[in-house]
Design a protein around this ligand. Sequence first.
Ligand SMILES: Cc1ncc(C[n+]2csc(CCOP(=O)(O)OP(=O)(O)O)c2C)c(N)n1
Length: 375
Amino acid sequence: MRDSDHWDAAEGTPLYQVVGEDGALLRADDAVDPELALRLYRAMATVRVVDERMVTLQRQGRISFYGAATGQEATVIGTGLALEPTDWVVPALREGGITLLRGMPLSTYVDQLFGNGTDVEKGRQMPCHYGHRDVRYVTLSSCIANQLQHAVGIALAARLQGETTVAAGYMGDGATSEGDFHVALEFAAQLRAPTLFVCQNNQWAISTGSRQQSRARTLASKAKGYGVRGYRVDGNDAVAVYRVTQAALQHIRQSGQPAFIEALTYRIGAHSTSDDPTRYRDERITEAWKLRDPLIRLRALLGRLGAWDDAADAALQAELTERLKAEVVRAESTAPPALATLFEDVWATPPWHLERQRAALEQHLSAHPGAAENH
Ligand SMILES: Cc1ncc(C[n+]2csc(CCOP(=O)(O)OP(=O)(O)O)c2C)c(N)n1
């Protein structure tokens, strides 16, 4: 890709695209490796299947919360696949699919949602707040945008230790209105912290639409004010997202400067399972965006490349559904973390008042057998 394809130091950054909505390549002289398209598609299909199942489980009262990436899978997976395994991911709400892409077991993902006894976070986090050192995925901070400063800190530490590691800090469009966003960009630029800022512009911050969110012509242009290179990409075009992320990472590693990507997409579903978008938006627009589904587009490309067909798709869906079903059955029947874990992991030597509380709890449980089942 040419630099001028996707980034423009002057006003307005053009939207970079590779694949048209009919699955055809937009440039006659372009080519896409079928193997790359397949890897993207398989990972995106996994996110879709997992998200749909988990939203249903929440509706059935079996998990407490879920934030889906439906319609945004190309941005999640396109950026995730371009990162090196040694790069850190500092996510917002919708990037959980990157844990699976990076090899975190599906069982670990599902355990986190149930907060059961085999959850690596010991049931201490809300669902969707995955975190695992093995895949360099930092537990989501629920406060919008402050994870961006964590990403800058991680990136700076890596540079000071002489590593080529990049930290990718994710956000939604709403996060770009937070003070923390501006602080993060300023510090990343000034301190030359190798940070990749990824903004999934899904056009909604719960009920605040993007036109109410900012007067800036593009969110990528906000980066310009901090001397940070801003890229703008069709967030429903997985190949384009992958290529832009590669270009941004190359820029970061070569120049030592951060970069910002605005991926333009759309939040097809609710903000989370605690939300009802029919209360505040015209769902006819959502219906129009459903036709621009990133999975449909990539499937059309794969069909043109002769790399995929209906039978392969049905087999993949069946396999994913079965694997997930088995994990849900297992995770749901796994006991919650032992109550004693409430007192672990903060103090090397617990202080007297915690010891007293632990003893009081043990006494209470032995006096009232069965009380623990209701905790
Ligand atoms: C500092 C802060 N303010 C408000 C909230 C409540 N809140 C949770 S998600 C959200 C909207 C986020 O929108 P956006 O950044 O566009 O990301 P999206 O959820 O659309 O991916 C808000 C306001 C919060 N978590 N933290």
